[in-house]
Ligand binder design. Structure first.
Ligand code: GLU
Length: 493
């Protein structure tokens, strides 16, 4: 019998997402339950959005939770490289094979032509799809245009009618009509593969036997299945896990819930409680107990116990569960956990230079700097009253700064200042117009240490969280404002 091999294949394009940890956990449990292997692959073919910082954060966040992989870019293994950006030559080869077999073709259509076709199809109320224009080029013409280095992509052929039957471990057979599938681009003009080609080739070459992935990928499953057939490869078993949702049932989003794993670490959650909570997402123990460890989950794991109703990721429920875990720690473990979290000399050394000049006795440290040891702060709304700006402008400045800070990858004081500066300049304001607002949101106090230093030390998760909370306190952002301000954001350098 072949060994079970599962994988997580995150794209390193932002903060390490709780959804990634959730899918990783289920893949890990499935593999362990079958005495198999769980591996990690980095899908970084989007060269513009992928960063090494984000990749490192994914490793750190998963390890913090106690999720380990036996092969991956950082630990090596027999099927490497495990980073797609290092596998370019492999995809080239397989793309050429598909073209040669007549399952894929070179497409030279310009963006203008594709836009035009799309607009016409929309006008005629048809599903926008590639119209097959380049499929009919003669072999000689294709060769000639390739020889002339004309920019092109490789597209896969897809049937025009009939249905594709997707065998899903949770739903049984899901039928998806072929006419919903576009002739997917497999290789881009830059010679890099898209998700579809790279994912299928790698899952095959890495010996993956079971793919547990998020349900958002179900609609595109026919394209993956067809690729396996074109190559003549065995398909892995497919399992589409229900998506995590906000309490209002919408897809989990950072507008409504913090989604970065590092946020939960910074807030002082216990990794074992967090992992336990993720295990509760759509899954339950046979005896329905709420609190269980990873080992217990593996012992009782049964993928058929995953229920398809969208599991709700609820901060209050998570906090409750965390409280259960906290109370069962020994006093020594509790103290050691707190120390590791923020009561350690490293953290104190970061804070000390900003506090020393402002106190006369050590006993004044806590009142001055308690916000460094808090998750949210509860500022008084009166602190946001502004001499120059209206209440609406106050919210606008704060929201724009929040968005800029959400996109900031290098969390350093001068970069943070740069974000604030860019917003105020665009609104024809001064830095000193925005700083008191930041001060109130971040420290929750009327006076304390320099807020820019505080933001740097607190880190991106708590800073953004507090800004978001302050904006909510002041009434939040309406849908209309959101739209208008997003446009404004786009014009800020
Ligand atoms: N790179 C994809 C992602 O980031 C992987 C999806 C899959 O598991 O196939 O979600």
């Amino acid at each position: 019998m072949t060994t079970v091999r599962t994988r997580i294949a995150p794209s390193p394009t932002g903060d390490p997402h709780v959804g990634t940890a959730y899918i990783a956990l289920f893949n890990l449990c499935f593999a362990r339950q079958h005495g198999g292997e769980f591996i990690l692959r980095i899908e970084d073919t989007d060269q513009v959005r992928s960063t090494r910082e984000s990749e490192q954060q994914i490793y750190d966040a998963l390890r913090w939770l106690g999720i380990e992989w036996s092969e991956g870019p950082d630990v090596g293994g027999p099927h490497g490289p495990y980073r797609q950006s290092e596998r370019g030559h492999i995809y080239q080869k397989y793309s050429a094979e598909l073209v040669e077999k007549g399952h894929a073709f070179h497409c030279f259509c310009s963006a203008e032509r594709l836009d035009k076709v799309r607009a016409e199809q929309m006008e005629a109320k048809q599903t926008p799809r590639y119209d097959g224009h380049c499929m009919s080029l003669s072999a000689a013409e294709v060769q000639q245009r390739l020889a002339a280095n004309e920019p092109n992509v490789v597209r896969m052929k897809v049937p025009n009618n009939g249905v594709c039957v997707v065998p899903d471990m949770l739903r049984g057979e899901v039928e998806i009509p072929w006419d919903r599938m576009d002739m997917q681009v497999l290789m881009k003009t830059d010679g890099l593969p898209t998700y579809f080609l790279a994912n299928v080739v790698d899952d095959h070459l890495m010996g993956i036997t079971h793919v547990l992935r998020g349900e958002e990928w179900l609609p595109s499953a026919p394209k993956l299945i067809l690729l396996y057939e074109y190559f003549g490869w065995d398909k892995p078993q497919l399992c589409y896990m229900p998506l995590l949702r906000n309490p209002d049932k919408s897809k989990l989003s950072k507008r409504k819930n913090p989604t970065s794993i590092t946020f939960y670490e910074r807030m002082g959650f216990l990794p074992q409680a967090m992992l336990n909570y993720l295990g509760r997402m759509g899954w339950s123990m046979p005896d329905e107990r709420e609190k269980f460890s990873l080992d217990e989950m593996v012992e009782h794991f049964d993928i058929n116990r995953v229920s398809l109703g969208g599991p709700i990721f609820d901060l209050e429920k998570l906090s409750w569960l965390n409280g259960q875990w906290m109370r069962e720690l020994s006093v020594e473990e509790f103290a050691a956990g707190a120390q590791k979290w923020a009561f350690n000399s490293d953290y104190l050394m970061q804070i000390a230079p900003h506090v020393q000049g402002r106190v006369e006795t050590f006993s004044q440290i806590a009142p001055l700097a308690s916000f460094f040891f808090a998750g949210g702060v509860a500022p008084d709304a009166a602190l946001f009253a502004h001499k120059k700006l209206s209440a609406d402008q106050v919210r606008q400045v704060m929201q724009l700064i929040l968005w800029k800070l959400e996109a900031l990858r290098q969390w350093e004081k001068d970069k943070i200042t740069g974000c604030i500066q860019a917003v105020v300049e665009h609104l024809e304001l001064k830095l000193r117009d925005a700083m008191p607002l930041m001060f109130a949101a971040i420290t929750g106090q009327a006076s304390s240490v320099s807020v820019l230093d505080a933001m740097e030390i607190l880190g991106p998760d708590l800073t953004r969280f507090r800004l978001r909370q302050a904006i909510e306190l002041l009434g939040g952002v309406s849908k209309k404002e959101n739209k208008e301000w997003e446009k404004l954001l786009a014009s800020i350098a």
